[in-house]
Write a protein that binds this ligand. Structure first.
Ligand SMILES: Nc1ncnc2c1ncn2[C@@H]1O[C@H](COP(=O)(O)OP(=O)(O)OP(=O)(O)O)[C@@H](O)[C@H]1O
Length: 571
């Protein structure tokens, strides 16, 4: 997104009022502000921390306890929580700057308006925090240093204006320009006519201009502060792009950082102010009161929009000038400064009760129409680029991790797939094996059958073989005895038992000789068998046509064939 556009959308976001609390360190006896005789007397005997009515609880909360002298009446300790930050008595200016001021200055450099106001009782350290002293730079000098550090390479110029609102002699409020050659100013609506802006060349120049202005500020010694501010002091910082030649084209649309050092409200009882001081004090208290009324009305209006936003801002020049902030249109931060001594209990308690609800106030910054300088936009882009590069690097790293994880997963999936594939091929092999086994089984069964059949055939062949043998031997006998015996002799053989077969054999032989008459089917089958298998393959011809030849033997077949061939040759 374009940084300028983003800036605009940033500003549209609502945010809470930043409420900071700074506890001033207890000063040594004799220093103004701790001069109440009651506590001075006690300090000789009691350790310093026993005098503290306010203590830091956490970085965002404090506990307020009534001092020992008042304890009998009100023993309750109260806790005030929710501050943006609590600064303990030993916190340094730099610490306050880092946590409170730096974000405001950074936003200001981006063109976002903001306001910081120091608010608290007299002598609690508002001026010290805002302007500092010789040894400890305050928020304004530190801001100048940061602004010049960050704009050194750009074409922008810083403008400062500083003025105070005071009430001389308790009469009407007046505005004084505190810049060199400054004059009385008049306010029209929320704008000061004739306010002089000084172009600052570097931060030292800025510090000098501020210090010179402060010399013109109205201060007086009071009971609470040896150099009490008797006016409300306002500093405006504004950055202008040099391209506009320092011309103020549309001041209302520029990002402005306003820092306000309010004069410290005083309780009349404690100050002992009289005459003019008392009138000043009344003015100071009135301005503080109007300031608080504006914020309270804003808060109530925000909580319940039915309640109108009262126009309290009209009741003091300061709130008039700060109208946009008082109406919640621009963001602001408050730093409450307090003293934590026992005698400060009432002031501190009043301030905390009054101001802590303000932390609920919200601001809807109106978008600035101010155009940012190209170098500033470029800087924004550079910053975004750096962030984006960082982000990309981070994404790359996490991407690498993811890739590695993915690879691991992939290899796991591959292994699982391989296992699945093997399982499936295993299943196929198993089925094939089963099939082969069943084939083998069938084969085995067939073999058994064949063996059985062979056996059966063998057995059935034994008989004809024996018959053949018998016949052969008979034929041999016939051949050898052809000279002595004719067929009739053979008929008589039973009586000549020495060389003839047994009666039983003769019977069978005779049966076969006479035999069953050959049918023409048998003769044809025999012829076909011989044709197919050849002469002499009687066994094969017989077994192949067992159903036709019935009980005939191979010898029958052979004889019949001989007969058939003989008949054939006769013919
Ligand atoms: N944090 C601090 N550390 C050291 N000294 C401090 C601190 N805060 C304030 N002081 C000293 O306390 C005294 C009163 O402080 P300062 O003038 O800032 O109070 P103030 O709130 O501005 O009072 P007033 O409203 O009367 O102007 C000064 O001498 C100042 O140097």
């Amino acid at each position: 997104m374009d940084p300028a556009t983003e800036e605009t959308s940033d500003m549209a976001k609502s945010e809470n009022l930043g409420l900071f609390l700074r506890i001033r360190p207890l000063l040594q006896s004799g220093v103004r502000g701790d001069r109440n005789p009651r506590f001075r007397r006690k300090s000789a005997f009691e350790p310093w921390f026993q005098k503290m009515c306010l203590r830091v609880k956490t970085s965002r909360s404090v506990t307020l306890s009534p001092p020992l002298a008042l304890e009998r009446g009100r023993t309750k300790t109260e806790v005030y929580d929710g501050f943006s930050q609590v600064f303990s008595p030993d916190s340094s200016q730099e610490e306050v700057y880092e946590k409170m001021m730096r974000p405001l200055v950074e936003d200001f450099l981006r063109g976002k308006s903001g306001m910081l106001a120091a608010f608290g009782p007299s002598g609690s350290g508002k001026t010290h925090t805002i302007f500092g002293c010789n040894s400890q730079s305050g928020m304004v000098p530190l801001a100048l240093q940061q602004i010049f550090k960050e704009t050194s390479d750009s074409t922008r110029s810083l403008f400062i204006s500083i003025f105070e609102i005071r009430c001389e002699g308790g009469k009407e409020e007046r505005v004084f320009d505190l810049s060199p050659n400054g004059v009385d100013l008049t306010m029209h609506r929320s704008t000061l006519k004739g306010l002089h802006e000084v172009v600052i060349s570097d931060w030292r120049h800025g510090e000098f201009v501020i210090s010179q202005a402060l010399l013109r500020r109205a201060t007086s010694p009071t009971n609470a502060n040896s150099q009490s501010s008797r006016s409300q002091c306002v500093i405006n910082l504004r950055i202008v792009d040099d391209k506009s030649n320092g011309e103020v084209n549309d001041q209302a649309n520029d990002g402005v950082l306003i820092i306000v050092d309010l004069a410290g409200a005083e309780r009349e009882k404690g100050t002992g102010n009289q005459g003019v001081r008392l009138l000043e004090s009344n003015f100071i208290n009135k301005t503080s009161m109007v300031f608080c009324l504006c914020l309270r009305s804003l808060l109530e209006h925000q909580k319940n929009p039915m309640k109108p936003l009262e126009k309290h801002f009209q009741d003091s020049l300061l709130t008039k000038y700060l109208r946009d902030y008082m109406e919640g249109k621009k963001r602001m931060a408050l730093i409450l400064t307090v003293k934590a001594g026992g005698e400060d209990y009432h002031n501190t308690s009043c301030l905390l009760k009054q101001a802590t609800p303000y932390m609920e106030i919200k601001f809807n910054n109106e978008p600035s129409k101010r155009r940012l300088s190209p170098s500033f936009v470029l800087k924004g882009y550079k910053e975004k680029l750096e962030v984006a590069e960082h982000e990309i690097q981070h994404l790359r790293e996490s991407n690498l991790e993811l890739e590695k994880e993915l690879k691991d997963h992939k290899s796991q999936i591959e292994v699982a797939q391989e296992i699945q594939r093997l399982r499936e091929s295993n299943l196929e092999l198993e089925t094939e094996l089963k099939y082969l086994k069943s084939l083998i089984e069938v084969e085995r069964l067939a073999d058994d059958q064949v063996a059985e059949e062979t056996q059966r055939l063998k057995e059935s062949n034994l008989e004809p073989e024996k018959e053949v043998k018998d016949l052969k031997s008979l034929i041999d006998v016939q051949i050898s005895g052809d000279d002595q015996w004719d067929d009739s002799v053979v008929e008589d053989l039973p009586n000549k038992n020495a060389i003839s077969p047994s009666n039983e054999d003769n019977d069978r032989l005779a049966r076969r000789r006479k035999g069953k008459k050959w049918s023409s089917l048998e003769e044809d089958t025999l012829r076909a068998g011989v044709e197919q298998y050849g002469v002499g393959r009687w066994k094969l011809i017989l077994t192949s046509n067992r159903d036709i030849f019935g009980e005939r033997t191979q010898v029958d077949l052979k004889d019949k064939w001989r007969n058939l061939t003989r008949q054939h040759t006769h013919h």
